[in-house]
Design a protein around this ligand. Structure first.
Ligand SMILES: [Zn+2]
Length: 475
Protein backbone atom coordinates (compact mmCIF):
# COMPACT_ATOMS: atom_id res chain seq x y z
CA UNK A 1 0.00 0.00 0.00
CA UNK A 2 3.11 2.22 0.24
CA UNK A 3 2.85 4.07 3.53
CA UNK A 4 2.78 7.87 3.45
CA UNK A 5 5.69 9.68 5.07
CA UNK A 6 3.51 10.49 8.09
CA UNK A 7 2.63 6.83 8.49
CA UNK A 8 6.27 5.78 8.28
CA UNK A 9 7.20 8.38 10.87
CA UNK A 10 4.34 7.17 13.07
CA UNK A 11 5.93 3.72 13.18
CA UNK A 12 9.41 5.11 13.87
CA UNK A 13 8.02 7.42 16.52
CA UNK A 14 6.92 4.34 18.47
CA UNK A 15 10.00 2.28 17.64
CA UNK A 16 12.19 4.90 19.34
CA UNK A 17 10.32 4.39 22.60
CA UNK A 18 12.18 1.08 22.79
CA UNK A 19 15.71 2.10 21.91
CA UNK A 20 17.90 5.00 20.93
CA UNK A 21 21.07 5.26 18.90
CA UNK A 22 22.31 8.79 19.60
CA UNK A 23 24.71 8.94 16.63
CA UNK A 24 22.35 7.45 14.05
CA UNK A 25 21.45 10.00 11.40
CA UNK A 26 18.27 10.28 9.31
CA UNK A 27 20.14 9.63 6.07
CA UNK A 28 21.35 6.29 7.41
CA UNK A 29 17.80 4.91 7.19
CA UNK A 30 16.40 4.40 3.73
CA UNK A 31 12.82 3.48 2.85
CA UNK A 32 12.45 1.86 -0.56
CA UNK A 33 9.20 1.68 -2.49
CA UNK A 34 10.81 -0.85 -4.80
CA UNK A 35 12.70 -4.04 -4.06
CA UNK A 36 16.32 -3.62 -3.08
CA UNK A 37 18.94 -4.41 -5.68
CA UNK A 38 22.75 -3.96 -5.39
CA UNK A 39 22.63 -1.94 -8.63
CA UNK A 40 20.93 0.85 -6.64
CA UNK A 41 24.42 1.51 -5.28
CA UNK A 42 23.28 2.11 -1.68
CA UNK A 43 26.04 2.08 0.92
CA UNK A 44 26.11 2.09 4.74
CA UNK A 45 22.37 2.25 5.34
CA UNK A 46 19.57 0.49 7.15
CA UNK A 47 17.30 -0.49 4.27
CA UNK A 48 13.55 -0.94 4.71
CA UNK A 49 11.48 -2.16 1.77
CA UNK A 50 7.78 -1.27 1.50
CA UNK A 51 5.17 -3.66 0.18
CA UNK A 52 2.83 -2.39 -2.53
CA UNK A 53 0.05 -4.74 -1.40
CA UNK A 54 -3.18 -3.10 -0.23
CA UNK A 55 -4.14 -6.00 2.02
CA UNK A 56 -1.91 -8.08 4.31
CA UNK A 57 -0.09 -10.98 2.66
CA UNK A 58 0.98 -12.79 5.82
CA UNK A 59 4.12 -14.88 5.98
CA UNK A 60 4.75 -16.97 9.08
CA UNK A 61 8.36 -16.79 10.29
CA UNK A 62 9.98 -18.47 13.23
CA UNK A 63 11.27 -16.00 15.75
CA UNK A 64 12.47 -16.80 19.26
CA UNK A 65 11.16 -20.33 18.83
CA UNK A 66 7.60 -19.30 18.02
CA UNK A 67 5.65 -18.86 14.76
CA UNK A 68 5.14 -15.14 14.19
CA UNK A 69 2.98 -13.85 11.31
CA UNK A 70 4.44 -10.91 9.43
CA UNK A 71 1.44 -9.24 7.84
CA UNK A 72 3.20 -7.74 4.83
CA UNK A 73 5.67 -10.46 3.92
CA UNK A 74 7.95 -9.94 0.96
CA UNK A 75 10.01 -13.13 0.91
CA UNK A 76 9.30 -16.79 1.43
CA UNK A 77 8.95 -17.84 5.01
CA UNK A 78 12.45 -19.32 5.41
CA UNK A 79 14.24 -16.17 4.27
CA UNK A 80 16.30 -14.48 6.98
CA UNK A 81 14.59 -11.50 8.63
CA UNK A 82 17.47 -9.17 7.74
CA UNK A 83 20.99 -9.53 6.45
CA UNK A 84 24.18 -7.49 6.03
CA UNK A 85 25.82 -7.02 2.63
CA UNK A 86 29.28 -6.09 1.35
CA UNK A 87 28.37 -2.37 1.17
CA UNK A 88 27.85 -1.98 4.91
CA UNK A 89 24.06 -2.13 4.62
CA UNK A 90 21.53 -4.03 6.70
CA UNK A 91 18.56 -5.05 4.58
CA UNK A 92 15.22 -6.00 6.13
CA UNK A 93 13.62 -8.70 4.01
CA UNK A 94 9.98 -8.18 5.01
CA UNK A 95 7.88 -5.06 5.24
CA UNK A 96 7.85 -4.73 9.02
CA UNK A 97 6.85 -1.06 8.80
CA UNK A 98 3.54 -1.66 6.99
CA UNK A 99 2.91 -4.66 9.24
CA UNK A 100 3.42 -2.56 12.37
CA UNK A 101 1.38 0.34 11.02
CA UNK A 102 -1.55 -1.85 10.03
CA UNK A 103 -1.97 -3.22 13.55
CA UNK A 104 -0.93 -0.28 15.70
CA UNK A 105 -3.08 2.27 13.90
CA UNK A 106 -6.07 -0.08 13.83
CA UNK A 107 -6.27 0.34 10.05
CA UNK A 108 -8.30 -2.85 9.66
CA UNK A 109 -11.11 -1.22 11.66
CA UNK A 110 -11.38 1.60 9.13
CA UNK A 111 -11.76 -0.85 6.24
CA UNK A 112 -15.28 -1.95 7.17
CA UNK A 113 -18.56 -0.37 8.27
CA UNK A 114 -19.64 -3.58 9.94
CA UNK A 115 -20.20 -3.29 13.69
CA UNK A 116 -21.80 -5.58 16.25
CA UNK A 117 -25.06 -4.77 18.08
CA UNK A 118 -23.21 -2.41 20.45
CA UNK A 119 -21.40 -0.54 17.68
CA UNK A 120 -18.08 -2.33 18.14
CA UNK A 121 -15.59 -3.66 15.65
CA UNK A 122 -16.16 -7.44 15.66
CA UNK A 123 -13.25 -9.73 16.49
CA UNK A 124 -14.67 -12.09 13.84
CA UNK A 125 -13.56 -9.69 11.09
CA UNK A 126 -10.05 -9.18 12.40
CA UNK A 127 -6.75 -10.39 11.02
CA UNK A 128 -6.04 -11.65 14.54
CA UNK A 129 -8.99 -14.03 14.28
CA UNK A 130 -7.97 -15.05 10.77
CA UNK A 131 -4.41 -15.87 11.87
CA UNK A 132 -5.28 -16.89 15.44
CA UNK A 133 -2.75 -14.44 16.84
CA UNK A 134 -4.70 -12.17 19.24
CA UNK A 135 -2.52 -13.52 22.07
CA UNK A 136 0.65 -12.12 20.44
CA UNK A 137 1.73 -8.46 20.70
CA UNK A 138 3.00 -8.66 17.11
CA UNK A 139 4.10 -5.04 16.87
CA UNK A 140 6.43 -5.60 19.83
CA UNK A 141 7.89 -8.57 17.94
CA UNK A 142 8.34 -6.48 14.77
CA UNK A 143 10.08 -3.75 16.77
CA UNK A 144 12.27 -6.41 18.36
CA UNK A 145 13.33 -7.69 14.94
CA UNK A 146 14.07 -4.16 13.73
CA UNK A 147 16.05 -3.56 16.93
CA UNK A 148 18.19 -6.64 16.24
CA UNK A 149 18.88 -5.32 12.74
CA UNK A 150 19.79 -1.89 14.08
CA UNK A 151 22.12 -3.53 16.63
CA UNK A 152 23.88 -5.41 13.82
CA UNK A 153 24.26 -2.13 11.92
CA UNK A 154 25.46 -0.28 15.02
CA UNK A 155 28.07 -2.93 15.66
CA UNK A 156 29.70 -2.59 12.24
CA UNK A 157 29.43 1.21 12.30
CA UNK A 158 30.63 1.67 15.85
CA UNK A 159 27.48 3.14 17.36
CA UNK A 160 26.09 2.77 20.83
CA UNK A 161 22.56 1.40 21.28
CA UNK A 162 20.52 2.14 24.39
CA UNK A 163 17.50 0.03 25.25
CA UNK A 164 14.47 1.31 27.13
CA UNK A 165 11.89 -0.69 28.97
CA UNK A 166 8.66 0.70 30.31
CA UNK A 167 8.84 -1.70 33.27
CA UNK A 168 11.77 -3.72 34.54
CA UNK A 169 9.70 -6.86 34.68
CA UNK A 170 6.13 -5.99 33.67
CA UNK A 171 3.46 -3.50 34.62
CA UNK A 172 0.14 -4.62 36.04
CA UNK A 173 -2.66 -2.20 35.24
CA UNK A 174 -5.74 -3.30 37.16
CA UNK A 175 -8.97 -1.42 36.55
CA UNK A 176 -12.66 -1.57 37.39
CA UNK A 177 -15.57 -0.20 35.40
CA UNK A 178 -18.27 0.82 37.85
CA UNK A 179 -21.34 -0.03 35.75
CA UNK A 180 -23.58 -1.04 38.60
CA UNK A 181 -23.46 -0.52 42.35
CA UNK A 182 -26.71 -2.04 43.72
CA UNK A 183 -27.55 -5.69 43.08
CA UNK A 184 -30.76 -5.19 45.08
CA UNK A 185 -31.82 -2.04 43.26
CA UNK A 186 -35.66 -2.05 43.11
CA UNK A 187 -35.56 -1.91 39.30
CA UNK A 188 -33.48 -5.09 39.16
CA UNK A 189 -35.89 -6.83 41.58
CA UNK A 190 -38.84 -5.88 39.40
CA UNK A 191 -36.87 -7.06 36.38
CA UNK A 192 -36.99 -10.59 37.89
CA UNK A 193 -40.76 -10.58 37.34
CA UNK A 194 -40.22 -9.77 33.68
CA UNK A 195 -37.66 -12.58 33.49
CA UNK A 196 -40.06 -14.99 35.20
CA UNK A 197 -42.79 -14.13 32.71
CA UNK A 198 -40.39 -14.70 29.85
CA UNK A 199 -40.50 -11.02 28.82
CA UNK A 200 -36.77 -10.52 29.47
CA UNK A 201 -33.78 -12.78 28.82
CA UNK A 202 -32.35 -14.82 31.71
CA UNK A 203 -29.65 -17.42 32.22
CA UNK A 204 -31.35 -18.67 35.40
CA UNK A 205 -34.06 -21.33 35.82
CA UNK A 206 -37.57 -20.22 36.86
CA UNK A 207 -37.20 -21.49 40.49
CA UNK A 208 -33.90 -19.61 40.77
CA UNK A 209 -35.52 -16.43 39.40
CA UNK A 210 -38.24 -16.69 42.07
CA UNK A 211 -35.60 -17.24 44.75
CA UNK A 212 -33.65 -14.19 43.57
CA UNK A 213 -36.82 -12.08 43.52
CA UNK A 214 -37.68 -12.90 47.15
CA UNK A 215 -34.06 -12.58 48.21
CA UNK A 216 -34.22 -9.02 46.87
CA UNK A 217 -37.51 -8.22 48.59
CA UNK A 218 -36.25 -9.61 51.93
CA UNK A 219 -33.04 -7.64 51.60
CA UNK A 220 -35.06 -4.44 51.72
CA UNK A 221 -37.36 -5.66 54.52
CA UNK A 222 -34.52 -6.89 56.73
CA UNK A 223 -33.43 -4.18 59.19
CA UNK A 224 -30.15 -6.10 59.81
CA UNK A 225 -29.29 -6.54 56.15
CA UNK A 226 -25.62 -6.63 55.22
CA UNK A 227 -23.90 -4.72 52.46
CA UNK A 228 -25.23 -5.03 48.91
CA UNK A 229 -22.98 -7.53 47.04
CA UNK A 230 -22.20 -4.94 44.35
CA UNK A 231 -21.21 -2.32 46.94
CA UNK A 232 -17.97 -4.19 47.53
CA UNK A 233 -15.53 -1.31 47.30
CA UNK A 234 -14.17 -1.61 50.84
CA UNK A 235 -13.40 -5.28 50.28
CA UNK A 236 -11.68 -4.45 46.96
CA UNK A 237 -9.65 -1.57 48.38
CA UNK A 238 -8.54 -3.53 51.43
CA UNK A 239 -7.38 -6.51 49.39
CA UNK A 240 -5.53 -4.39 46.85
CA UNK A 241 -3.80 -2.45 49.60
CA UNK A 242 -2.69 -5.70 51.21
CA UNK A 243 -1.22 -6.84 47.89
CA UNK A 244 0.48 -3.53 47.16
CA UNK A 245 -1.82 -2.80 44.21
CA UNK A 246 -3.37 0.54 43.33
CA UNK A 247 -5.99 0.30 40.63
CA UNK A 248 -8.13 2.67 38.58
CA UNK A 249 -11.93 2.95 38.86
CA UNK A 250 -13.89 4.31 35.89
CA UNK A 251 -17.31 5.74 36.80
CA UNK A 252 -20.32 5.60 34.49
CA UNK A 253 -23.47 7.63 35.15
CA UNK A 254 -27.17 7.53 34.48
CA UNK A 255 -28.23 8.71 31.03
CA UNK A 256 -31.40 7.97 29.06
CA UNK A 257 -31.76 4.79 31.16
CA UNK A 258 -30.33 2.98 28.16
CA UNK A 259 -27.76 0.41 29.26
CA UNK A 260 -25.98 2.95 31.43
CA UNK A 261 -25.62 3.21 35.20
CA UNK A 262 -28.47 3.82 37.64
CA UNK A 263 -26.43 6.36 39.65
CA UNK A 264 -25.26 9.94 39.14
CA UNK A 265 -22.04 11.62 40.22
CA UNK A 266 -23.70 14.05 42.60
CA UNK A 267 -25.40 11.25 44.59
CA UNK A 268 -23.93 11.51 48.07
CA UNK A 269 -22.87 7.87 48.27
CA UNK A 270 -21.08 8.00 44.91
CA UNK A 271 -19.42 11.33 45.63
CA UNK A 272 -18.08 10.00 48.93
CA UNK A 273 -16.87 6.79 47.31
CA UNK A 274 -14.98 8.69 44.60
CA UNK A 275 -13.37 10.96 47.19
CA UNK A 276 -12.40 8.02 49.39
CA UNK A 277 -10.85 6.12 46.47
CA UNK A 278 -8.92 9.19 45.40
CA UNK A 279 -7.65 9.89 48.91
CA UNK A 280 -6.53 6.26 49.31
CA UNK A 281 -4.29 6.50 46.23
CA UNK A 282 -6.59 4.87 43.71
CA UNK A 283 -7.19 6.62 40.41
CA UNK A 284 -10.70 7.63 39.35
CA UNK A 285 -11.65 8.27 35.76
CA UNK A 286 -14.59 8.35 33.38
CA UNK A 287 -16.49 5.38 32.06
CA UNK A 288 -18.02 6.93 28.96
CA UNK A 289 -21.78 6.46 28.53
CA UNK A 290 -23.26 4.73 25.46
CA UNK A 291 -23.73 8.05 23.66
CA UNK A 292 -20.39 9.49 24.65
CA UNK A 293 -18.43 7.20 22.32
CA UNK A 294 -19.70 9.14 19.32
CA UNK A 295 -21.26 12.35 20.70
CA UNK A 296 -18.75 14.96 21.77
CA UNK A 297 -21.30 17.15 23.58
CA UNK A 298 -22.45 14.21 25.69
CA UNK A 299 -18.89 13.41 26.69
CA UNK A 300 -18.14 17.04 27.57
CA UNK A 301 -21.28 17.15 29.71
CA UNK A 302 -20.33 13.92 31.48
CA UNK A 303 -16.83 15.19 32.24
CA UNK A 304 -18.23 18.51 33.47
CA UNK A 305 -20.66 16.76 35.82
CA UNK A 306 -17.87 14.56 37.17
CA UNK A 307 -15.63 17.55 37.86
CA UNK A 308 -18.40 19.58 39.43
CA UNK A 309 -19.50 16.78 41.76
CA UNK A 310 -16.04 15.54 42.80
CA UNK A 311 -13.70 18.49 42.30
CA UNK A 312 -11.35 16.12 40.48
CA UNK A 313 -10.04 16.29 36.93
CA UNK A 314 -10.13 12.85 35.30
CA UNK A 315 -7.12 11.98 33.13
CA UNK A 316 -8.42 8.76 31.64
CA UNK A 317 -11.47 7.13 30.16
CA UNK A 318 -12.77 3.76 29.14
CA UNK A 319 -15.88 3.50 27.01
CA UNK A 320 -18.78 1.44 28.36
CA UNK A 321 -19.15 -1.86 26.41
CA UNK A 322 -15.81 -0.88 24.80
CA UNK A 323 -17.84 1.02 22.21
CA UNK A 324 -15.47 2.76 19.82
CA UNK A 325 -15.37 4.45 16.47
CA UNK A 326 -12.01 5.18 14.84
CA UNK A 327 -10.81 7.91 14.91
CA UNK A 328 -13.95 9.80 16.08
CA UNK A 329 -13.96 8.50 19.68
CA UNK A 330 -10.29 9.44 20.10
CA UNK A 331 -10.94 12.92 18.70
CA UNK A 332 -13.74 13.42 21.21
CA UNK A 333 -11.50 12.25 24.03
CA UNK A 334 -8.82 14.69 22.92
CA UNK A 335 -11.35 17.52 22.67
CA UNK A 336 -12.42 16.79 26.25
CA UNK A 337 -8.81 17.23 27.37
CA UNK A 338 -8.37 13.64 28.48
CA UNK A 339 -4.80 12.33 28.53
CA UNK A 340 -5.47 8.70 27.81
CA UNK A 341 -8.04 6.13 26.76
CA UNK A 342 -7.98 2.47 27.68
CA UNK A 343 -10.87 0.90 25.75
CA UNK A 344 -9.02 -1.00 23.06
CA UNK A 345 -9.38 -4.72 23.48
CA UNK A 346 -11.71 -6.94 21.51
CA UNK A 347 -14.86 -7.42 23.59
CA UNK A 348 -15.15 -11.06 22.61
CA UNK A 349 -11.49 -11.99 22.82
CA UNK A 350 -8.80 -11.02 25.32
CA UNK A 351 -5.40 -10.24 23.83
CA UNK A 352 -3.91 -7.51 21.69
CA UNK A 353 -6.34 -5.64 19.44
CA UNK A 354 -3.57 -3.33 18.23
CA UNK A 355 -0.87 -5.97 18.56
CA UNK A 356 0.97 -4.00 21.23
CA UNK A 357 1.58 -4.26 24.98
CA UNK A 358 2.86 -0.67 25.37
CA UNK A 359 0.96 2.62 25.41
CA UNK A 360 0.75 4.25 21.98
CA UNK A 361 -0.60 7.26 20.13
CA UNK A 362 -3.65 6.62 17.93
CA UNK A 363 -3.63 7.54 14.26
CA UNK A 364 -6.04 10.03 12.72
CA UNK A 365 -6.90 8.66 9.28
CA UNK A 366 -8.91 11.77 8.40
CA UNK A 367 -5.91 14.10 8.53
CA UNK A 368 -3.24 11.39 8.02
CA UNK A 369 -1.33 12.20 11.19
CA UNK A 370 -0.52 10.92 14.64
CA UNK A 371 -2.73 12.02 17.53
CA UNK A 372 -1.42 13.25 20.88
CA UNK A 373 -3.64 11.33 23.30
CA UNK A 374 -2.35 7.98 24.60
CA UNK A 375 -4.01 4.60 24.27
CA UNK A 376 -3.15 2.13 27.02
CA UNK A 377 -4.27 -1.14 25.50
CA UNK A 378 -6.69 -3.23 27.53
CA UNK A 379 -5.47 -6.82 27.42
CA UNK A 380 -8.09 -8.73 29.33
CA UNK A 381 -11.64 -8.10 30.44
CA UNK A 382 -13.06 -10.85 32.66
CA UNK A 383 -16.24 -10.96 30.55
CA UNK A 384 -14.29 -11.77 27.36
CA UNK A 385 -12.91 -14.96 28.89
CA UNK A 386 -15.72 -16.03 31.22
CA UNK A 387 -18.78 -15.08 29.15
CA UNK A 388 -17.78 -14.78 25.50
CA UNK A 389 -15.13 -17.49 25.40
CA UNK A 390 -16.59 -19.54 28.28
CA UNK A 391 -13.10 -20.45 29.47
CA UNK A 392 -14.06 -21.02 33.11
CA UNK A 393 -11.71 -19.90 35.87
CA UNK A 394 -8.87 -22.25 34.85
CA UNK A 395 -9.02 -21.08 31.23
CA UNK A 396 -8.96 -17.45 32.31
CA UNK A 397 -5.98 -18.17 34.56
CA UNK A 398 -4.11 -19.84 31.69
CA UNK A 399 -4.82 -16.94 29.33
CA UNK A 400 -3.68 -14.44 31.97
CA UNK A 401 -0.42 -16.37 32.40
CA UNK A 402 0.18 -16.19 28.65
CA UNK A 403 -0.50 -12.44 28.52
CA UNK A 404 1.88 -11.90 31.45
CA UNK A 405 4.62 -13.86 29.67
CA UNK A 406 4.30 -11.57 26.65
CA UNK A 407 4.32 -8.44 28.84
CA UNK A 408 7.48 -9.70 30.58
CA UNK A 409 9.25 -10.30 27.26
CA UNK A 410 8.92 -6.65 26.30
CA UNK A 411 8.78 -4.89 29.68
CA UNK A 412 5.21 -3.98 28.80
CA UNK A 413 1.79 -4.08 30.42
CA UNK A 414 -0.70 -6.68 31.47
CA UNK A 415 -3.94 -4.75 31.76
CA UNK A 416 -6.86 -6.45 33.48
CA UNK A 417 -10.41 -5.15 33.79
CA UNK A 418 -12.57 -6.72 36.47
CA UNK A 419 -15.99 -5.16 37.13
CA UNK A 420 -16.98 -4.72 40.79
CA UNK A 421 -20.41 -6.13 39.85
CA UNK A 422 -18.77 -9.33 38.64
CA UNK A 423 -17.25 -10.28 41.96
CA UNK A 424 -20.59 -11.53 43.27
CA UNK A 425 -20.65 -15.10 44.57
CA UNK A 426 -24.48 -15.18 44.43
CA UNK A 427 -24.28 -14.95 40.65
CA UNK A 428 -21.00 -16.79 40.00
CA UNK A 429 -20.10 -19.25 42.74
CA UNK A 430 -16.50 -18.97 43.91
CA UNK A 431 -15.65 -15.86 41.89
CA UNK A 432 -14.41 -13.73 44.80
CA UNK A 433 -12.01 -16.45 46.00
CA UNK A 434 -10.72 -16.99 42.46
CA UNK A 435 -10.28 -13.26 41.86
CA UNK A 436 -8.25 -12.90 45.04
CA UNK A 437 -6.01 -15.84 44.14
CA UNK A 438 -5.52 -14.45 40.64
CA UNK A 439 -4.37 -11.06 41.97
CA UNK A 440 -1.97 -12.79 44.36
CA UNK A 441 -0.61 -14.88 41.51
CA UNK A 442 -0.04 -11.80 39.33
CA UNK A 443 1.76 -9.97 42.13
CA UNK A 444 3.96 -13.04 42.74
CA UNK A 445 4.96 -12.97 39.07
CA UNK A 446 6.91 -9.81 39.77
CA UNK A 447 4.23 -7.33 38.70
CA UNK A 448 4.76 -3.65 39.26
CA UNK A 449 1.35 -2.16 39.97
CA UNK A 450 0.61 0.98 37.94
CA UNK A 451 -2.54 3.02 37.50
CA UNK A 452 -3.46 4.42 34.10
CA UNK A 453 -2.17 7.85 35.04
CA UNK A 454 1.18 6.36 36.19
CA UNK A 455 1.63 4.60 32.85
CA UNK A 456 0.71 7.78 31.04
CA UNK A 457 3.28 9.80 33.01
CA UNK A 458 5.96 7.15 32.51
CA UNK A 459 5.61 6.93 28.72
CA UNK A 460 5.33 10.73 28.39
CA UNK A 461 8.63 11.12 30.27
CA UNK A 462 10.32 8.40 28.21
CA UNK A 463 9.15 10.03 24.98
CA UNK A 464 10.39 13.46 26.07
CA UNK A 465 13.81 12.06 27.02
CA UNK A 466 14.46 10.37 23.67
CA UNK A 467 13.42 12.44 20.68
CA UNK A 468 12.88 10.29 17.56
CA UNK A 469 14.98 10.25 14.40
CA UNK A 470 12.96 9.83 11.20
CA UNK A 471 14.24 8.13 8.06
CA UNK A 472 14.62 9.52 4.57
CA UNK A 473 11.93 8.34 2.21
CA UNK A 474 12.86 7.69 -1.43
CA UNK A 475 10.61 9.36 -4.00
ZN1 LIG B 1 -19.23 -0.67 31.38
Amino acid sequence: MHLSENKINYVFHHLWHHLSVPTLKSHEMVILKERYHPALGIKNKLIFQLSSDEKPQPVIVHYQGAPIPILFGLEKKDATLFQPDQQGNIIFNHDLLSSAFYLLSGQQETETDQKDQYGRYPYELSIQKQLDCAHLPLVNYYFDIITKGIEAYAKTHNKKVEHHRLFNDFGFFLSHDVDRVAYYHPLYILYRIKQFLGLAPSTFSKPKIIRLFFQGVFHHLNPFRGQDPWWNFDWMMKMEKQLGIRSTFYFLKQEDRLNNALYKYHHKKIKHLITRLHESGFEVGLHGTMRSATEKETLLRQKGEFEKATGLQPAGIRQHYLRFSLPLTFKNHEAAGLRYDTSLSFAERDGFRNGYCWPFHPYDFDSDEMMQIWEIPLVMMEVSALNYRQTGFSGLQKAAEQHILEAKKFGGIFSLLWHNCRINDIEVAGVSAFYKLLLKFIVNQGAESARGIDICNRITALEAQHPPTYPEVSK
